[in-house]
Design a protein around this ligand. Structure first.
Ligand code: NAD
Ligand code: TYD
Length: 352
């Protein structure tokens, strides 16, 4: 069936994988990538689909309601998959207001524009908010998991802004009958990941023999999911998720930061022809992140049971693929690590 879908944040890490999947898999859909191209947005992520007849890019800022409403009036989307966000916890500690503007106000602008466009006919429409497991707070290292009914308990300005936007999505469903769906996903890794996040940062630093900063004691635990598995989950939930429902997405793949970095170092030693143990010497323990959540772990059995999704890759295999991509795409990393990101990087780490 012909449909127009606006994907926000399509020039970013996860968004570019979602855009690529939808453009290639659904030639009958018109995919509109709406992105402000902040420091994290890079159209180079999408050169392979840029000329596809069912793909359009629109540069716009979701914090500007007039612009968003005009874009909705022009394209008349049947669906919105909303990923645009400020996404880095460390940046949220330095500048929480940017997160309130984009993640809270921006999401409300999109919800309102969708409600205004669809108010006569909500049937067949869908507003999908791509959210994070960080809204649930932190787990102890006790074998428990986040489920869809876990109480929200965000700790960082990032997770508080995502929790707030989730609440607004549900409020628009309950108050105005907006057809919505939400997913809360664990940490992603894979290609096109901005090198301020742990895995791409470490790959880049290992390559250049620079220190690998591990916060605190490195005992924090994350549940890592290959980004293309996340994109597949988004496809399934967008098409088959129940109106008003929430789905947790995770890799069932918990690693302490210490174990993860040691695994990455040994993969990199092998790929770069270094002796085993050489890269691990770059590990440098630095001041812990303020309010650093100890552990995230997702129970995704609802999504697996009800919609038949499951992760496709073992972590070691996914990590190898990711390292290969970064080593083959040095120019991508070099362009990103110049400019604004460079200034931010220096400012962040000069005092550590
Ligand atoms: P990212 O930082 O790589 O990309 C964000 C994109 O949003 C960029 O293209 C940027 O230009 C765009 N954007 C930012 N502010 C905007 C604005 N005001 N108007 C329009 N566009 C704007 O982020 P990501 O890691 O790809 O995350 C995408 C979404 O998935 C986010 O909503 C995030 O909360 C969620 N999420 C991320 C992870 C993860 O591990 N990265 C896990 C779970 C959920
Ligand atoms: P990150 O990639 O920023 O994702 P999130 O904070 O959303 O989980 O960080 C993943 C883990 O790695 C987290 O426990 C913080 C830690 N970390 C470091 O130890 N060093 C770093 O340089 C970065 C960026 C993160």
């Amino acid at each position: 069936m012909k449909k127009t879908i606006i994907i926000t944040g399509g020039a970013g890490f996860i968004g570019s994988h979602v855009v690529r999947l939808f453009v290639n898999k659904y030639p009958e859909y018109q995919i509109v990538n709406l992105d402000a191209l902040t420091y994290a947005g890079n159209l180079e992520n999408l050169t392979d689909v840029a000329k596809s007849p069912n793909y359009t890019f629109v540069k716009a800022d979701i914090t500007d309601y007039e612009t968003i409403s005009a874009i909705f009036a022009q394209y008349k989307p049947d669906g919105v998959i909303h990923l645009a966000a400020e996404s880095h916890v460390d940046r949220s500690i330095t500048d929480p207001f940017a997160f309130i503007r984009t993640n809270v106000m921006g999401t409300c602008n999109l919800l309102h524009a969708a409600k205004e466009l669809w108010k006569e006919q909500m049937e067949g429409k869908r507003f999908y908010h791509v959210s994070t497991d960080e809204v649930y707070g932190a787990l102890e290292n006790d074998g428990t998991f986040f489920v869809e009914t876990t109480k929200y308990d965000p700790h960082s300005p990032y997770s508080a802004s995502k929790a707030s936007s989730d609440h607004f999505v549900r409020a628009y469903h309950d108050t105005y009958g907006l057809p919505v769906v939400i997913s809360n996903c664990s940490n992603n890794y894979g290609s096109h990941h901005f090198p301020e996040k742990l895995i791409p940062l470490a790959i880049n630093n290992i390559k250049h023999k620079r220190p690998i900063p591990i916060y605190g004691k490195g005992e924090n635990i994350r549940d890592w999911l290959f980004v293309e598995d996340h994109a597949r989950a988004i496809d399934v939930i967008f098409h088959s998720g129940k109106n008003g429902d929430t789905y947790n997405i995770g890799g069932n793949n918990e690693w302490t930061n210490n174990d993860l970095i040691h695994l990455l170092c040994s993969i990199m030693d092998r790929k770069l022809g270094r002796t085993d143990g050489e890269s691990a010497k770059l590990i440098t323990y630095v001041t812990d992140r303020a309010g650093h959540d100890l552990r995230y772990a997702i129970d995704s059995s609802k999504l697996q049971r009800e919609l038949g999704w499951k992760p496709s890759l073992q972590f070691e295999e996914g990590l190898e693929k990711t390292v290969d991509w970064y080593l083959a795409n040095e120019a991508w990393v070099d362009r990103i690590t110049s400019g604004e990101y460079q200034q931010y990087y220096e400012q962040q780490y000069s005092n550590r």
